[in-house]
Design a protein around this ligand. Structure first.
Ligand code: SF4
Ligand code: SF4
Length: 300
């Protein structure tokens, strides 16, 4: 991370903690909900299958920038399916950089060639070893691993949503992140139980067991891009929600935190590690602040 970006984020953090600010810093633009997969745990794919137009995406990016967002995520559906007016995902990342976003990340299912060296991180969903990943995401493990091997740069961060199917594969994904070329880190979430996928949620004890494995893997030098100080809050769902410093925009509609905010009662069962990490950070939790400094400077 550039020193100027670090100084900007430090200033934002200090203002937010000291004065209880509610301005956003992290924003997500949903490019489309169209997806080539239909994962077992997913509640958001192909509801409209609309690819949002280039000019609309640009307007949404500018709106987020004006709101104060400096960490931008592009998300789907599947982001690599996005194309419009002769532009593709790579053009959007370049535009975001030109606009002044300080960190630009892309979320993908990894089934398309990974030619995005301009992104700070490509968050690529890998949900276990071959057997468990394929049980959740269809027969995609081998093509994803081939795309990782052939990626244009080493900016890949694996992204695993832990649920009832893959809870025993946390170690496999950590080792994959540690020992595979082009993978810089791995980041976790617990399954957030949308009404149609409640059966995949983990119990408190199962979450605690997964966090214990992640801690052990951190000790074995797995590049985990999460904060272990947040684990007790994630296990007990005792972190504040929603995250006021995060916004998402989909087809012109802005929501605080995530598009899931409208699902009744879901925030109380939120499994998103970033929500715990950010809300605790902006409440001034000292352990989280120190660990976040170390972790972010290491991986971005
Ligand atoms: S790749 Fe992502 S958007 Fe597509 S079905 Fe799977 S979880 Fe949903
Ligand atoms: S469930 Fe609530 S707290 Fe969690 S990501 Fe969605 S909106 Fe945010």
């Amino acid at each position: 991370m550039k020193l100027s970006s670090f100084a900007y984020f430090a200033g934002f953090g200090i203002k937010t903690v000291l004065f209880g600010g509610k301005n956003p810093i992290l924003g997500t633009v949903i490019l489309t909900d169209k997806c080539n997969l239909s994962c077992r745990h997913c509640s958001v794919n192909n509801i409209t299958a609309v690819i949002h137009p280039y000019q609309q995406i640009m307007d949404e990016m500018q709106m987020l920038y004006r709101m104060g967002v400096r960490i931008l995520f592009f998300c789907g559906g599947e982001t690599f399916l996005w194309r419009d007016s002769g532009k593709n995902l790579r053009d959007l990342v370049a535009e975001a950089r030109r606009m002044g976003f300080l960190i630009v990340n892309v979320v993908t299912n990894g089934t398309f060639p990974l030619d995005l060296p301009e992104a700070d991180l490509i968050l690529l969903s890998l949900d276990g070893d071959r057997e468990r990943h394929n049980a959740i995401r269809g027969d995609t493990y081998d093509i994803i691993m081939e795309n990782i091997r052939n990626a244009a740069s080493d900016n890949i961060c694996l992204y695993m949503a832990i649920n009832q199917i893959n809870k025993g594969a946390v170690r496999d994904v950590c080792l994959m992140a540690r020992d595979t070329k082009n993978i810089r880190a791995v980041s976790f979430n617990f399954h957030t139980p949308y009404p149609d996928t409640r059966e995949l949620a983990l119990s408190r004890e199962e979450k605690a067991a997964c966090c214990q494995v992640i801690r052990e893997m951190m000790r074995e030098n797995a590049p985990v891009f999460n904060l272990k100080s947040a684990f007790p809050y994630l296990i007990n769902n005792s972190f504040p929600t929603p995250c006021r410093q995060c916004v998402v925009v989909e087809n012109g509609k802005v929501s605080t935190c995530g598009r899931c905010i409208e699902v009744e009662g879901l925030c109380r069962q939120c499994g998103y590690f970033f929500v715990a990490e950010y809300t605790l950070l902006f409440r001034g939790n000292i352990k989280i602040i120190l660990e976040m400094l170390r972790t972010y400077l290491k991986y971005i």
